[in-house]
Structures are given as C-alpha cells and as structure tokens.
Design a protein around this ligand. Structure first.
Ligand SMILES: Cc1cc2nc3c(=O)[nH]c(=O)nc-3n(C[C@H](O)[C@H](O)[C@H](O)COP(=O)(O)OP(=O)(O)OC[C@H]3O[C@@H](n4cnc5c(N)ncnc54)[C@H](O)[C@@H]3O)c2cc1C
Ligand code: SF4
Length: 496
C-alpha cells in the first residue's frame, strides 16, 4: 500500500465532465480523464482495509455489492499511486476484458462497498479504472496478442454484446477458433445499439476493441439470426460448443388505451435508430436514415425512471426536443442511505444522472415525476391514423393490500393531462425473446430466461451454454462480462 494516510489527506475528486450546456450540442462523450497527478492522489485514498468488499462481487440484500468481475481494486489503486501504470493495467486485465467499457458505463457497485465510504466519500474506483485503461491505449500497450497455438476446437458464440464478446475473447485466448454470430448489422449488442454514444463512443472506443479482437483471430458474422437464418442444430454440428449470449431484449409494454398510436415507441428502438442514424449519416446534414425517430420540436414523455429512460431524456435533448418529462411509478429515493440499506449494500439513493443534469440546465427542472401512473395515451386521427397528442396520468401511493403486498393506490383528484408528441416506453425488460428457445427446444426458467446454472452455464442441450442477460435477465455490462468469462472457463473445461 502506497500512502497509509492518503484517505485522510485527500478528498474524493472526480474527473471533470463537459458542462451540460456545451455537451448537449453534440454526441461526443461527456466524461473526461483525470490529470495523471490527480489520478495518483485518488489512488492514494485506497486505505488497505482488512476486507476489501470492493472486489467481492457478493450478493447482499438481494443486490450486487462490490465488483462482479472481482477486479483487484486495492492492488491497482496502489500501483497507480506509485506511478506503476504498466503493472496496473496488467492487474486490471487479469479480471476484466473490457475495462474501457466498464470504466465508462458501470454504475460502480464497488464504490458502494468501499470501506472509505463508511464515513467518507468512497475512492474513485471507476474513474481510476478508466484512467488506467485509457493510459494503456494511449501508450500503445494494448496490442493484438493472438494465441501462439490453436487447439483445433471451434466454438460459436450467438450474440455480440459484452457477454458474447467476453466469452469469445477468453476462448480465443485459450486457442479455440471463435465465430461470433450477430443478427444486427453491427457488433456490440447493447454496447452499440442501446447505450448512447455520449456514454460510450462507438467509432473510437467500441471499434478499437473489436479491431483488436479481429486481429487476434475472432471472426464476426453480422446479419445472421440463429434460429431463423441458421438453425442452432447446424451450429451444433459444425462447432464443438455453442455459447448463447442473445441478451434479454423483450421489452415490457404499457397496457393502456392509445398504446398503438403513431408516436409511441420502445426506448431501445428509439435509441437504436438514433445511433444508426449517427453512424450512417453526416450529423450536420439534414439527411435521415429511413427509420430515424426525431424528438426535434416535440413534447417528449419518457415512461420509466431508470437508466434507459435517462438515456432517452439525454437523446431527446440532443435532438432538440421542446420539452421532456420522465415518469417514475416508484417514490423518489432518499438522498442518503436509509437504516435498512447499510454499507456495504448497494446504496439505494437518489442519483441525478447526466440526462437529468442536462434537463435541469436547459429547462430549469429535474424531468422526473415520481409516484405517477400513466392511464391513457390520448390521440387524434390524421389521415386515418391515430396519432399521439397527450398523456393522462394520476398520482399514486404504495399501500399494503390484505395480503401485505405493496400495491399502487390512486390519489383522488390527481388526474393530469400532459401534452405529448413522442412517448418512449422505458419500463424494463421481460427476458429473452422466445423464438430461439422454442425452435431449438431450450429449457427456460420461471422468469423465461434460458435455463442454465451459474457456474457450469450448461443448457439442457449437449455442448450448448448460456451466458449474460439471456441467462440471468436484463442486468449490467459488468455482470455480462463476468458471465462471459465464467462461461468461457466452463466451455474450455468441456472441450478439453
Ligand atoms: C438503453 C440501455 C442502456 C443501458 N445502459 C447501461 C449502462 O450504462 N451500464 C450498464 O452496466 N448496463 C447498461 N445497460 C444494460 C447492459 O447493456 C446489458 O446488461 C448488457 O449489454 C447485456 O449483455 P449481453 O451480452 O448479455 O446482451 P446484449 O448486450 O443484449 O447483446 C445481445 C446480442 O445478441 C443478439 N442476438 C439476440 N438473439 C440473437 C440470435 N438468435 N442470433 C444472433 N444474434 C442474436 C442481439 O441482437 C444483441 O446484439 C443498458 C441497457 C439498455 C437497454
Ligand atoms: S467494473 Fe464496475 S464494479 Fe468493477 S471496478 Fe469497475 S466500476 Fe467498479
């Protein structure tokens, strides 16, 4: 450990972010790097606690606590304090294939369980991770390193999100020949079509990693849906093992009158089409991709107060919306931990994320409306088609019913009509799409995910494994990487 008293001498400091008023004018990333000296000081705040929960990745109170990929956080904090950046990146890459993704988009459960965080602001673990990997890329330390020997075994990976990519990367490094099949036109899963460019740059950051994987021998095949374009049985006969990492892409719908009107979309469709538009057209020109959905000059309502909803708020702002509101059915979280949510549990506290910051800057108020329920989408008819014009809502409280379960109870006389031209449904996901499982005879669990136990990741079909959101339901990039890595180990054991 570098500086025994660092946590007492230095305050937590985060790297600067581009100011909201400036960053909403473009689609560039808003996070910036530390100076080297600032990063070293932040590394020095790591205090050599007896039990570093930050790298435990345990489930506590039903939520993840600590880093799910078990990043060796105290070790690399110490190394960056000592200026040993090359050693720091070597430690980091031992546990995380893609720290450049998690360093940008991870909600950092590690920081919620950092021991300094018991009575002081936590160590800036996520920012340190970002700093280490970006320095490594800048110094040219991250180069393609194809395996010296090939095993002669072939593995197909279905789905190119972080779970599929991590599995492919690990198995390729072990010498197996990997082909990744992706139904979309681009590789990356939700890293490309989901998480917006201002959080994770597609052409600089994602493409940089994919280029390395290709140079290391991983083959990518886009535009191929397994179960439709190619049967799973064909993969089983051509490959020695198959990893299914197709994500949990079935969106939860809103069952209210008017839902089918023009102007109502699922959040992921909206975000996907916006990213495709950015990647395929010149942003300064008026041209649009055919399926582009624009929020320009529109009153936008985002239904769902989570991170996907926030991505929609930030995207609508950049497209030039007239107004934006974000509805959340749950109450506002407290500003500090409640007694029943102690350290080192994931802190369930109010977060003002980048989209809300931007809305506050532009429109003067947090766009989130809490304890609100959508009752109806009001429409008008234009050229024989129903088009959205407004949303009718009521306020609710959560009260216990006769069985002791919390249920929403409408507040009398709380009805409100909100003008709306564009409605984005960001209410979470219900699991993987059914088609592949049904056509291939894959067993599913009670939550409709592909059934496979964490640890061996085996499905009911011989040689077929499942990983990531497809196995566990919609989650986080860091969990997907963890699942990809562990599935790769299980596949390697099966093959060898
Ligand atoms: C809008 C949005 C924003 C998010 N932001 C964050 C964030 O900031 N931080 C964070 O940690 N997590 C975030 N998440 C969650 C995170 O992105 C996911 O948990 C993670 O990407 C899951 O990885 P995966 O590899 O399991 O699946 P996915 O990333 O969903 O990738 C699955 C891929 O499989 C493909 N596929 C599916 N079926 C087939 C088939 N039959 N044949 C071929 N290909 C197929 C799909 O097209 C897709 O590309 C976000 C999610 C959404 C929706
Ligand atoms: S991957 Fe996430 S949880 Fe793990 S160290 Fe990085 S920010 Fe923390």
């Amino acid at each position: 450990m570098g500086k025994a008293t660092g946590f007492m001498e230095y305050q937590r400091q985060l790297p600067a972010e581009r100011p909201p008023a400036a960053r909403v004018k473009d689609w560039e990333e808003f996070k910036q790097k530390f100076s080297q000296a600032a990063a070293q000081k932040q590394g020095a705040r790591c205090m050599e606690c007896g039990i570093p929960f930050c790298h435990s990745g345990l489930q506590i109170g039903g939520m993840v606590s600590g880093c799910p990929v078990n990043n060796l956080i105290p070790e690399w904090n110490d190394l960056i304090y000592k200026g040993k950046w090359k050693e720091a990146v070597q430690r980091l890459l031992k546990t995380n294939n893609f720290p450049e993704f998690t360093g940008r988009v991870c909600p950092a459960p590690c920081e919620g369980s950092c021991t300094v965080g018991l009575n002081d602001p936590a160590v800036t673990i996520k920012a340190n991770e970002y700093q280490i990997i970006e320095k490594a890329f800048a110094e040219g330390w991250i180069k393609p390193e194809p395996p010296a020997v090939r095993s002669g075994k072939k593995v197909a990976v279905v789905g190119s999100g972080p779970a599929g990519l991590a599995a492919a990367d690990q198995l390729n490094k072990l010498g197996h020949q990997i082909t990744v099949y992706e139904r979309q036109d681009r590789i990356g899963g939700l890293l490309v079509y989901g998480i917006p460019n201002m959080k994770l740059d597609k052409t600089k950051v994602l493409a940089r990693r994919l280029k390395i994987m290709e140079a290391e021998g991983v083959e990518f095949q886009t535009g191929t849906e397994i179960g439709t374009d190619l049967a799973l049985t064909q993969l089983q006969s051509e490959f020695d093992a198959v990893v299914l990492a197709g994500g949990a892409t079935k969106a939860r719908d809103l069952d209210v009158p008017g839902r089918q009107a023009k102007g109502v979309y699922f959040a992921v469709d909206y975000l996907t089409r916006n990213t495709r538009h950015l990647l395929e057209t010149e942003p300064d020109k008026a041209e649009k991709t055919a399926d582009y959905i624009s929020a320009a000059d529109k009153d936008v309502i985002v239904i769902g107060g989570g991170d996907t909803g926030t991505d929609c708020v930030a995207t609508a702002i950049r497209q030039g919306c007239k107004s934006v509101n974000q509805f959340e059915i749950m109450p506002q979280a407290p500003l500090t931990r409640k007694d029943d949510n102690p350290w080192p549990e994931w802190p369930q506290i109010l977060k003002v994320d980048y989209g809300q910051e931007e809305a506050i800057e532009l429109f003067g108020a947090d766009p989130r409306q809490f304890l609100i329920m959508t009752k109806e989408i009001i429409t008008k008819t234009e050229q024989g088609q129903k088009v959205v014009t407004a949303v009718r809502t009521v306020k609710i409280n959560w009260d216990k019913d006769e069985n002791g379960r919390f249920v929403p109870v409408e507040v009398a006389d709380s009805e409100k009509i909100w003008s709306a031209d564009l409605i984005l449904i960001a209410m979470g996901f219900l699991g993987p799409e059914a088609a592949l499982a049904e056509s291939a005879g894959l067993e599913r669990d009670q939550r409709s995910n592909i059934k496979a136990a964490y640890g061996d990741f085996k499905t009911n079909l011989t040689g077929v494994f499942a990983a990531g959101d497809m196995r566990r339901g919609q989650s986080l990039v860091v969990n997907a990487i963890d699942e990809g890595r562990r599935t790769a180990a299980a596949v390697d054991q099966y093959l060898t």
